[in-house]
Design a protein around this ligand. Structure first.
Ligand SMILES: Nc1ncnc2c1ncn2[C@@H]1O[C@H](COP(=O)(O)OP(=O)(O)OP(=O)(O)O)[C@@H](O)[C@H]1O
Ligand SMILES: [Mg+2]
Length: 271
C-alpha cells in the first residue's frame, strides 16, 4: 500500500474515535472519560436514560460543543486541531431541528450546499435527488413555514445528507415522523451505511429503532459507557438471553446505578 495518508477512504480506520472525552459544567461531569470507536459503514446507536450525556457527546463530535478534555477524531481528523475539515465530513441532525421559516425548501438546501462549499452544479444535482428521496419534490418552492412538522424533519434530513457526509450524527431521529417517515429513515440509514459506507451515529430512546437499525449499540449512564456490543452481545452481558432490548437496557442501567451507589457509599460512607 502507498503511504498516501491524505486520502482517508477505505483505510479501514474508524470513522469516529473518542479518547478520554470529558465535558464538565462547573463541578458537574456530564461526559466522563468516554472511549469509543465507530467503524465505517455501520449504524451505531447511543442509548441511555435522560441526562446520561448523549446529546452532550453528539454535540462535541459535531464540533458544536468544546470538550473539557480528550480527543475526537472524525475520519482521522482532529476536531479540535482542524474543526473545519472535520465538520466537512459530518452531517448533523439535532434533537430540535432548526430551519429558517422564511426560506423555501430549495433556498434552505442551497444555503447548506454553500456552507459546505459545494459547486453550483453539484448543489443543483443533489437538491433534486434529496427532494425526490424525501418526497418533497413538489414543495421545493414553498416556504418552510407552510410545512408540517414531519415535512420539516424530512427537509432537515435532506439538508444533512446533501453534502454527502461520511458521518451522520443524529440526535433522536424519529421524533415527529409518521410511520412512513419512520420506515423511510430506517431503511435509508441501513442502505447508506451498508451500501455507501456512511457511518451513522444516532441517539435514541426508541428501543425498537435501535433494535431494528443499529449494528452496534453503546449504553451510556452518568456520562460513562456501561455496555457496548451487538444486541446479542448485550443480551448475554445483561443475563437476559432472550430479552428484548428494553429488558436488556433496564437490567444494565439498573446494575450500573447500583454499582455507582455502592461506589459513592464506599467513598463517602463510614468505614
Ligand atoms: N449547558 C449545560 N449546563 C449545565 N448542565 C448541562 C448543560 N447541558 C447539559 N447539562 C447536563 O448534562 C447532563 C447530560 O445532558 P444531555 O443533554 O447530554 O443528556 P441526554 O443523554 O441527551 O438526555 P436526554 O435523553 O434527556 O436527551 C444532564 O444532567 C444535563 O442537565
Ligand atoms: Mg438528549
Amino acid at each position: 500500500m502507498s503511504d498516501d495518508s491524505a486520502s482517508s477512504s477505505h483505510t479501514g480506520q474508524p470513522r469516529v474515535v473518542l479518547r478520554n472525552l470529558v465535558k464538565r459544567y462547573g463541578d458537574f461531569t456530564a461526559v466522563d472519560h468516554l472511549n469509543l470507536e465507530a467503524p465505517e459503514g455501520q449504524v451505531f446507536g447511543v442509548l441511555g436514560p435522560n441526562g446520561a450525556g448523549k446529546t452532550t457527546t453528539l454535540r462535541m463530535i459535531t464540533g458544536l460543543l468544546q470538550p473539557t478534555e480528550g480527543t475526537i477524531l472524525v475520519d482521522g481528523i482532529d476536531m479540535i486541531e482542524d474543526p473545519t475539515a472535520a465538520k466537512r465530513q459530518t452531517g448533523f441532525i439535532p434533537d430540535r431541528p432548526y430551519v429558517y421559516d422564511k426560506l423555501t425548501a430549495f433556498e434552505y438546501l442551497r444555503f447548506i450546499g454553500g456552507l459546505y462549499h459545494m459547486s453550483a452544479d453539484k448543489i443543483a444535482e443533489r437538491i433534486e435527488d434529496m427532494l425526490e428521496l424525501f418526497e418533497l419534490a413538489e414543495w421545493g418552492d414553498s416556504l418552510i413555514e407552510s410545512f408540517s412538522h414531519g415535512m420539516k424533519q424530512r427537509l432537515v434530513f435532506a439538508g444533512a445528507l446533501l453534502p454527502e457526509p461520511r458521518l451522520m450524527v443524529i440526535d433522536e431521529p424519529m421524533v415527529g415522523l409518521d410511520p412512513q417517515g419512520h420506515h423511510l429513515v430506517k431503511q435509508l440509514f441501513q442502505d447508506l451505511a451498508h451500501e455507501d459506507g456512511l457511518t451513522v451515529l444516532l441517539s435514541t430512546h426508541t428501543l425498537e429503532v435501535a433494535e431494528d437499525v443499529c449494528d452496534q449499540i453503546v449504553i451510556i449512564n452518568h456520562g460513562q459507557i456501561i455496555a457496548r456490543g451487538t444486541l446479542q452481545e448485550l443480551r448475554i452481558e445483561s443475563g437476559a438471553d432472550e430479552g428484548s432490548l428494553e429488558e436488556v437496557f433496564l437490567a444494565l442501567t439498573e446494575e450500573s446505578d447500583e454499582e455507582r451507589a455502592e461506589a459513592v457509599a464506599a467513598r463517602f460512607g463510614r468505614d
